[in-house]
Every structure is written in C-alpha cells, then in structure tokens.
Design a protein around this ligand. Structure first.
Ligand SMILES: Cc1cc2nc3c(=O)[nH]c(=O)nc-3n(C[C@H](O)[C@H](O)[C@H](O)COP(=O)(O)OP(=O)(O)OC[C@H]3O[C@@H](n4cnc5c(N)ncnc54)[C@H](O)[C@@H]3O)c2cc1C
Length: 458
C-alpha cells in the first residue's frame, strides 16, 4: 500500500462526501458476528455502480484492500476488513429494481435485506427460498457471496440454486454481466456459480437477478419435543426420505438451546426437551390437516409420541430459531461456533465426535442443526481466541472431512477457516481458485485475507 494518508485523501477527492474516516464509522465496520476485528482506514459508500468502479480503480492504483459489506453478520470473519483497508458499505443499495411475476424473477440491489425482499414478494404470491437465521438483518448480496442456507433449504436448496444472473465489478474495475433470465443454460460452465460463495474476493455485486418460488398457501411450523438421548441419524434419514408429508424444513435444537430459546419473550416453545422444528407446506386447509396427521403418525412410528406445538405462521418459528445465536451469546459469552455438514449417513458419528470433543476440552456443548441436511452448528463454551479452541476446531473439522463432509456447510471460510480449505478441496483446488482470483483481481485488492489460504501455503 502506498502512503495511506495520501491514498485516502485521493479517494475523498475522487468521491466527495462518500468517504468516512471518523472513529464511529470505523468502529461500526471493524467486526462481523465472529470474534475477529480489524481497523479499516475508511468506509466508502459509493452512490452507484459507476462510483464503485471509480473506487476499485482508485484501490488498484494505490494498492488498497477493499472489503464489500452488507449487514456484517458473517460468522467467520468474511466481512472483517483488511487492516488499513477500505470497507465498501453497500447496505444503502437496497430495493427491488424489477419484478417479473411471469418468469418468477426479481432484479434486486445487493444491500436489500432478505426479510424486506420476502415482504415485498408476499403480495405477489412469491418468495425467495433461502432464509438464513439472520434473515431479518442479512442482505441478499451477503447471502449470495456466502452461499447462505436456511431452514427451508431442506426442500429448496442453498442460495446458489436461486441466482440466475449478476452484475459484478471485478478487481480490474471492469463491469461484467453474467448469467441471464432463462431457466436453463448449457453454454459452458456456470460463471454465476463461480461468484456465489466467493466472499467478495472476485468481484462486488452491484445487482442480482434471483429466481423465485410460488408461495405455498399454508406454511405450518411445528415444535416437536424429542425423547432425550434418541439417536438423531435415523430420525433425520426417515424424515429426509418421507414423501407426501410436505416437509420443507427439518431443524433440531438440543435441550440447552431449546431451553434458552424458550425463555425468549413470547416464544411459546416447549422446554425441558430437545426439539425438532418442522415446516409443513400445504395448498389448503384440508391438505394441511391431512399432512399434519401424516407427520404425527410418522413421528409416532419413529418413537416420538409427544404432541407438537403448532405455529400457524411458520416464519415466526424461523425468526425465533434465528435468535439461537444471539441467545447463546448471552448464555455462553464468547465461544467456538462451528458449521460443519456431513452426509446423513455420517450424522451419528459426527454428533458423537462433537460430544467427545466437548468432554475432552471440559466444556459444555450446545447444538442446533439443519438436521435434515446434516448441517450442524455445535457451540463450545470456550474462548475462541485460545489455543484450546483452535485444537477443538481442528478436531471437529477433521472429523467432518473424514466422514465425507465439509468444513463449512453454510457460513463460509472467511478468515477463520482458510487454513482448512486445502484439506477439503485439495492443493489442486486451491491452485485453481488462485488462478481464478488472479484473472478477476490481478492485484489482490478484493477482500484479501478471506477464503484463500495465505500465500506460501499451496
Ligand atoms: C444470528 C445469525 C444467524 C445466522 N444464521 C445463518 C444461517 O442460518 N445460514 C447461513 O448461511 N448463515 C447464517 N448466518 C451467517 C450470515 O448471516 C450469512 O453468511 C449472511 O449471508 C451474511 O450476510 P451479510 O449481509 O451480513 O453479509 P456480510 O457479513 O456483510 O458479508 C458477507 C460476505 O459477503 C461479501 N459481500 C457482501 N456484500 C457483497 C456484495 N454486494 N458483493 C460481493 N460480496 C459481498 C463480504 O465481503 C463478505 O465476504 C447467521 C449469522 C447470524 C449473526
């Protein structure tokens, strides 16, 4: 980086009124939702894509790192700035640019909050299926850049499945349109997908075209008390294989998480048990009734006798479920919060490994999970900055890989997990990603420190 003071003054001259360097602005972007933090030199709020292009060209010239930021809810340091770099705050780039109800598409600005998009789509009988726990705050730009998932990904898949096209500014300053409006595309590899999950390291989205699904007429949430110590693998596999029940989400809270959430005002969750949280979709009241009965019968066959609490508005359940992280923040304080995903065949061995790791470290474990997809979030009550936390994390990630799983099911790699990337995708995979990075961002100015391992590593 050239002289930082000169560089920032040049940016202020390039984009008058768009650059903040006051301590309040810098502090507001120093963190994401992980325990990491760093001090940026400035926050830039370009007004439009042309100003973003000028910001990128400026950053290339002065070799200043840029970190795109939506809501800053990442959990592994994805949106923590490079020290001395500039945060490109896109939260104000919000709103629907075009809604096409015939082709079921929406063109949207990247800073649009997921829940605001859902609210705008509802009157048209449509929805954007990915609903991460952070859906009331996180942005679609962040959702796409991390390939976020949510409870409904059990039926509808992750964000990747719903991105048709993007406009992106590369690290070269070039503006690129990738993808299109058509439902099918067989013209070579999928360029859009390369950018999904790239954590702002290849380009900055200025616009996204998202595919939409028809909103089911009825979406019923169920909170089902589970008998203690019941193996979860057979339950997850049976529900994942069940057809005709209309299940669109199969979530799990262990007893510690369920009890902590039950204390949230207005929660109306059963306490004293681990809980299954389900969503049942139906076309009308008659189908709903039939499906709820069928779900009850299937649960009874699985040895789950207790009647569930019913949430006629499933979203209330998912908003409550989204409080799991913040509630544990208050209950446990700083902690290791993991995000592994394993094939359902590996679920029980993974759960045993999680318990074993907690016992070995002598710390309590709280677990919530997107159970139907084998996507697990164990929380270990240990200071995440200690060497013990590092060992624990290594143990869990190694076990997930041994079982054919992934070191990140949905949160991403960020700064916390980049040293584990090669263990999952291999040295060849890392080399390929580096080549892609060089093609899109030859000077390495876009979110350096996230996703790719440090240079010197493969
Ligand atoms: C309480 C809570 C619950 C959560 N639940 C879930 C969950 O269920 N599922 C899940 O997947 N995640 C979950 N998360 C993690 C997080 O909310 C998601 O990763 C979310 O997608 C991040 O969105 P954001 O707007 O906060 O992005 P940010 O944190 O601001 O950014 C995330 C990444 O995207 C990049 N980025 C942001 N905007 C752009 C853009 N326009 N162009 C290019 N890159 C960009 C950033 O540089 C960064 O690398 C949760 C987090 C919290 C705090």
């Amino acid at each position: 980086m050239r002289d930082p003071g000169t560089a920032i003054r040049a940016l202020e001259e390039e984009l008058p009124g768009r650059v903040a360097t006051d301590p309040g602005a810098i502090a507001a972007v120093a963190h994401d939702a992980s325990h990491l933090s760093a001090t940026a030199a400035a926050v830039c709020r370009p007004a439009d894509p042309d100003e973003l292009v000028r910001t990128v060209r400026w950053a290339r010239h002065y070799r200043v790192p840029l970190t795109a930021r939506g809501a800053g809810t990442s959990l592994d340091g994805e949106s923590v700035p490079a020290p001395g770099g500039v945060v490109v705050d896109l939260a104000a780039w919000s709103g629907i640019l075009e809604l096409d109800v015939v082709d079921r598409l929406v063109r949207v600005a990247p800073g649009t909050v997921n829940a605001d998009l859902q609210a705008a789509l509802r009157p048209h009988g449509l929805f954007f299926p990915p609903n991460p726990g952070s859906w009331t705050t996180s942005t679609v730009g962040g959702n796409v850049a991390t390939n976020a998932s949510g409870p409904r990904s059990f039926r509808y898949g992750p964000t990747r499945a719903w991105v048709r096209a993007a406009e992106v500014v590369l690290g070269t300053g070039e503006r690129l349109r990738i993808g299109g409006r058509a439902a099918k595309r067989s013209t070579g590899p999928d360029l859009v997908s390369l950018f999904v999950g790239s954590e702002g390291t290849l380009g900055v989205f200025t616009e996204l075209t998202l595919a939409l699904a028809p909103l089911p007429a009825r979406r019923t949430g169920l909170a089902v008390p589970l008998p203690a110590d019941r193996p979860l693998g057979p339950i997850a596999r049976a529900l994942a294989a069940a057809s005709g029940l209309g299940l669109s989400a199969v979530e799990y809270l262990d007893r510690g998480c369920a009890d902590a959430l039950a204390r949230v005002e207005g929660a109306r969750l059963p306490s004293g048990h681990p809980l299954l949280l389900l969503e049942v979709e139906s076309g009308d009241e008659i189908e709903e009734h039939r499906r709820l009965e069928a779900v009850g019968a299937r649960l009874a066959e699985l040895g789950i006798p207790e009647a569930p609490s019913v949430f006629p508005e499933a979203d209330r359940l998912w908003t409550l479920r989204g409080h799991s992280g913040p509630v544990l923040d208050r209950t446990l304080g700083p902690r290791v919060r993991e995000d592994v995903c394993v094939p359902l065949s590996g679920l029980d061995p993974m759960l045993e490994a999680i318990e074993r790791a907690g016992r070995r470290a002598g710390v309590p474990v709280y677990l919530y999970a997107h159970l139907g997809q084998g996507s697990l979030h164990p929380n270990f009550a240990i200071d995440p900055s200690t060497p013990g936390a590092g060992r624990l994390r290594e143990e869990i990630l190694a076990e997930a890989l041994r079982l054919g799983g992934t070191v990140s099911g949905e949160h991403g790699i960020g700064r916390l997990k980049r040293s584990f990337l090669a263990a999952e995708i291999g040295d060849g995979g890392v080399q390929l990603l580096r080549a892609l990075k060089r093609a899109c961002d030859p000077d390495g100015i876009l979110n350096p420190g996230a996703l790719l391992p440090p240079t010197g590593a493969p």
